[in-house]
Design a protein around this ligand. Structure first.
Ligand code: OSB
Ligand code: MG
Length: 374
């Protein structure tokens, strides 16, 4: 089904996180992101660009995403009369990089398409599962006791898989305590590229904690050093930052850089690419899971949909709304089931509505771009 997008709105929003989220690259108390609304034929579509306030995880920020959307992507969308996610990428093919901005726009098109057809995003992209196994990702804490407290809280809330952020100086001590307290916990660690191959002594120790995986220990753009490291470890490595495209996934598997891949639709430039990577990994029997970017309920709805494809065999970083925010911008809120799963939304499009009153309160800047005003 085709449609005519005639207005695009950008919202730079800021939401207070319930607790500070610290990683090896920085800390966030307020999550900033960009929400995108498309208007067409009396219907709307929402997307979330997961760029943040600072270029920490990615070089993109809310500011760079606003710039490329306003100056290049939105004009290209109108000029090429984009009417589908595939058409969007065709229209943007000359523009290198900025995957988070591209993915946000793609998400909004899927939502619009789903709403117009009365079909869920999950159905449109080949999802099958009705509920997604999930875990929680915990930021670096000042003291190991605080980490134990946070873990106890999330286990009590029903999460059955815990990922903790690590960095040099905040790794072995905390793991020692966590493993002593929870010998059987499904435990992952994520270094967000904080180590170098010189840290081989630390890796040897990390290898003794029965971790289910070690995420992105080395450089954010590396496949080769990860392959050398994987050969020395029995624990599975998982790549996040290094995988931007199907090609990277292919190279990582060929080189042996990892045995697991974290798929974040934003990082790979959208849902179509995320599906390609998932299909390839399924063919190669490489387990994948859906990563998170502290999304609002809009982005998390999309993550749940993609994670319902069959290759997503490990629990995602898709937690319940109350793990992130006091108030979420999307309704209804996502809640955790007793078996540490979250239901995939079934309504048309993303299956969530935006709380416009709350959106207005959370918005720092708005932009409106009409088709014929360009
Ligand atoms: O590396 O997985 C990451 C959040 C922001 C940037 C990078 C990462 C993360 C998370 C949070 O781990 C996962 C979530 O959204 O729950
Ligand atoms: Mg990660």
């Amino acid at each position: 089904m085709s449609f005519n997008i005639d207005q695009i709105e950008l919202y730079h929003v800021r939401l207070r996180l319930k607790s500070k989220f610290q990683t090896s690259f920085g800390e966030e108390q307020d999550r900033e992101c960009l929400l995108i609304r498309l208007l067409s034929d009396g219907e709307q579509g929402w997307g979330e660009c997961v760029a943040g306030a600072e270029p920490g995880y990615s070089y993109e920020t809310v500011g760079t995403a606003w710039h490329v959307l306003e100056s290049f992507f939105i004009p290209a969308l109108y000029q090429n009369d984009v009417r589908s996610p595939e058409g969007l990428h065709q229209a943007l093919r000359a523009y290198r990089g900025h995957p988070l901005a591209k993915a946000g726009l793609e998400m909004a098109i899927w939502d619009l398409q789903g709403r117009l057809r009365g079909e869920s995003f999950a159905a449109l992209i080949g999802g099958a599962a009705a509920r997604i196994p999930v875990g929680v990702s915990i930021g670096i804490q000042e003291k190991p006791e605080q980490m134990l407290e946070r873990i106890a809280g999330y286990l009590a809330a029903g999460y059955r898989r815990i990922k903790i952020k690590i960095a040099p100086g905040a790794d072995l001590d905390v793991l020692e305590e966590v493993r002593n307290a929870y010998p059987d916990l499904r435990l992952w660690v994520d270094a967000n590229a904080a180590y170098s191959p010189d840290d081989s002594e630390i890796f040897k120790r990390l290898d003794t904690y029965q971790l289910e995986l070690i995420e992105q220990p080395l450089y954010n753009d590396d496949l080769v050093e990860h392959a050398a490291l994987q050969r020395t470890l029995s624990t599975d490595l998982c790549l996040d930052e290094s995988i931007h495209h199907l090609r990277d996934a292919r190279h990582a598997v060929e080189l042996g850089s990892c045995r697991v891949i974290n798929i974040k639709p934003g990082r790979v430039g959208g849902y179509l690419m995320a599906c390609e990577i998932e299909s390839f990994c399924r063919f190669k029997s490489v387990p994948v899971w859906c990563g998170g970017m502290l999304e609002t309920g809009i982005g998390r709805a999309a993550n749940l949909a993609i994670a319902s494809r069959p290759g997503f065999s490990l629990p995602g970083d898709i937690s319940a709304s109350d793990r992130y925010y006091e108030n979420d911008i999307a309704i209804p809120a996502f809640t955790l089931n007793e078996d540490s799963t979250i239901d995939v939304p079934r309504g048309p499009g993303l299956g969530v509505e935006v709380d416009l009153e709350y959106l207005e309160k959370a918005t720092l800047k708005t932009g409106v771009f009409r088709r014929n005003s360009l």
